[in-house]
Design a protein around this ligand. Structure first.
Ligand SMILES: [Zn+2]
Length: 367
């Protein structure tokens, strides 16, 4: 089979590297096509045709480190189309590849999809793309818009150490077996609205500017520890497990809530601006949290731990009887109502401040 290899975990040049040389730019790092000494980009047209003819739906492909322009990608996708006209890859590696206009919309990857360190120079379209096995995009470079709307990740999805230079759109994406965005930066905004995270989700150390999570759902633990949020709206989210914002930084105006969570952790987080936090949760932990401009905590159901919290401006903790726009009930909380809509007299409303001067003062407000 043409241009195939199981050596797609590495993007380093080897004796499998393209023999093409240019006077100005030197040797080509592209993975050479099987049976030829050049990569897909540097084959003669007849040779490329020969390679593509050996592909088919579900074909394995190794195009590591290869420069792929719009025309070549179109040819490759055409060569792996199934009877319904949908491009289907088996195991595929584009690790370290330079892809000009990456139009992978509606493509299906039935094997491992490796885009590690790939460079998307003119935008990347992965709308409605299906990844059956692991999809790895670590250290990829996205220049321009990156669109993963409705993408389906049936196994691990890894987007570690990426800087999205354009808007990153993961609206309605489905992450089934874990999503990892550790140390990734979203400087031009991102949308995870209506995204579903069925496995655990990690945004450890991620940097967000203008992110939206409206109606996103996290079934397992969501980890935003040490993340930085600038001008962000973290609202309308349903966390079925713990949502951890430990050591997170909120240097600018931010909105946190309304949201629902089994447990909300804000320990050691630092909020520079005044804000209102609205949450329906079984417990809220604010140990050593710093609010430099004051906070209004409107909580439902929650046991609140404010031990060593730093409040330098007037602040308040209230048990809200206003409905939050939660979509489901809180696990283990109210037994007499759902959707966080019970009245102040509901026995499940047990907002308490522990470890802080106002002590046991359910639903109390003290300035
Ligand atoms: Zn080459």
């Amino acid at each position: 089979m043409a241009a195939t290899s199981r050596d797609d975990q590495s993007s380093s040049p080897s004796n499998k590297t393209c023999a093409f040389k240019e006077q100005d730019s030197g040797s080509c790092p592209g993975r050479k096509a099987d049976g030829f000494d050049r990569c897909l980009a540097h084959l003669e047209p007849a040779q490329l045709e020969q390679v593509l003819e050996h592909l088919g739906p579900g074909a394995e492909l190794d195009a590591s480190r290869t420069s792929i322009d719009d025309r070549l990608l179109t040819q490759i996708l055409r060569a792996v189309r199934d009877n319904a006209g949908r491009p289907v890859f088996g195991r595929a590696s584009f690790a370290g590849a330079h892809i000009a206009i990456a139009n992978f919309a509606d493509v299906q990857f039935t094997g491992h999809a490796n885009f590690r360190s790939a460079q998307f120079t003119e935008g990347a379209d992965f709308t409605s793309t299906q990844f059956t096995l692991a999809a790895i995009f670590d250290r990829a470079e996205f220049t321009g818009h990156a669109d993963f709307t409705n993408a389906q990740f049936a196994s691990k999805a890894s987007f570690r150490n990426i800087q999205f230079t354009g808007h990153a759109n993961f609206r309605s994406a489905q992450f089934t077996e874990g999503a990892d965005f550790e140390s990734t930066q979203f400087p031009r905004g991102a949308s995870f609205e209506e995204a579903q995270f069925t496995g655990s989700a990690s945004f450890l150390g991620a940097q967000f500017t203008g992110v939206l999570f409206g109606h996103a759902q996290f079934t397992k633990r969501a980890f935003f520890a040490r993340a930085q949020f600038t001008d962000c709206t973290i609202a309308g989210i349903e966390f079925n497990d713990t949502a951890s914002f430990r050591f997170a930084q909120f240097p600018e105006q931010a909105r946190l809530g309304p949201l629902t969570a089994h447990r909300l952790e804000l320990d050691y987080a630092v909020f520079e601006r005044q804000l209102v936090i609205e949450a329906a949760a079984a417990s809220v932990s604010c140990r050593s949290t710093t609010w430099k401009a004051g906070v209004t905590l409107r909580l439902r159901y929650a046991e609140v731990d404010l031990e060593r919290a730093a409040l330098t401006q007037p602040s308040s903790v209230t048990g809200s009887d206003e409905p939050f726009r939660a979509r489901t009930s809180i696990p283990g909380a109210c037994s007499t109502s759902t959707r966080g809509l019970c009245s102040r007299s509901c026995p499940s409303l047990r907002t308490r401040a522990r470890g802080y001067p106002w002590g046991e003062n359910p639903q109390g407000e003290r300035r």
